[in-house]
Design a protein around this ligand. Structure first.
Ligand code: ADP
Ligand code: MG
Length: 249
């Protein structure tokens, strides 16, 4: 079955092992949540999968639809179908959102193919309306002097336009007020598709009130310590991560 499959992955930052024998599979059509205490390696997983050079995969494998992405360059991984919504999105001064997304879409076209500008803006505006992003946003530089909520909506807008087969959202809920949280969750829910595997990384259960996951996994000490249904998130909300932190010590 086609899916995002992570098998016995080991990831180091410098000499420091962060992920140790991490195994997780997200079948097509499912939304999984990855939860865990701060500093356990959730963002490390996301960045290693996206091909960030500081995060060295020292063992194991990561497969998209059966194809290994280990060792691929970030743009190649993106073209293979993986999209990462960052926990801390970068500012790109001088590049408007409209041009940024257009360039990302154009990069995926075959040689000689062109993006239809009218159709592009029509789709862009539809998705912006869906995410409750005001039109003047398109002309603003990517993430420059954006509020936290604006940055996160911009990440989801990119996702809505690029329609990746595999989406990883790293703490898309952090720093959001309730209206922004709902708008982002609505956007993510509209992107649920039998053709897409999504992994939602979150520290708190709150986002999962709005995006109901098929499975919940708890990361501690570099690997999945427990997996369960959506009720596991509620249990964690009550008990906290202390039990897992102790097990990890
Ligand atoms: P989480 O996202 O679960 O909060 P991270 O993956 O960001 O955790 O971090 C895991 C560990 O790796 C932490 O101890 C953190 O300090 C360390 N770490 C993360 N990124 C870097 C980096 N670029 N350089 C050095 N250490 C890092
Ligand atoms: Mg993180």
């Amino acid at each position: 079955m086609s899916s995002l499959e992570i098998k016995n992955l080991h990831v180091n930052i410098g000499d420091k092992p962060i992920l140790k024998d991490f195994t997780l599979s997200v079948p097509k059509g499912e939304v999984h949540a990855l939860m865990g205490p701060n500093g356990t390696g959730k963002s490390t997983l996301a960045k290693a999968l996206a091909g960030h050079e500081d995060y060295e995969i020292t063992g194991g494998d990561a497969l998209l639809n059966g194809k290994s992405i280990v060792g691929m360059a970030p743009d190649e991984i993106a073209r293979t179908g993986l999209f990462l919504a960052f926990q801390y999105p970068n500012e790109i001064p001088g590049v408007s959102i409209a041009n940024f997304i257009r360039a990302a879409l154009t990069a995926r076209l075959e040689d000689g193919e062109e993006l239809d500008a009218a159709q592009y803006y029509k789709t862009l505006y539809e998705k912006m309306d869906m995410l409750k992003i005001v039109r003047k946003f398109t002309a603003r530089s990517v993430n420059e002097v954006f509020s936290c909520g604006e940055k996160k909506r911009c990440e989801i807008l990119q996702m809505a336009m690029l329609k990746p087969e595999y989406a990883i959202m790293d703490e898309t809920d952090s720093g959001l007020d309730i209206d922004a949280l709902k708008a982002v969750a609505e956007g993510v829910n509209l992107l649920r598709s039998p053709e897409r595997s999504s992994l939602i990384i979150t520290h708190y259960q709150r986002l999962l009130d709005y995006i109901v996951p098929d499975r919940v996994h708890v990361l501690a000490n570099g690997r999945i310590k427990r997996s369960g249904g959506k009720e596991l998130a509620l249990e964690l909300e009550k008990s906290g991560y202390a039990a897992f932190a102790e097990a990890a010590a």
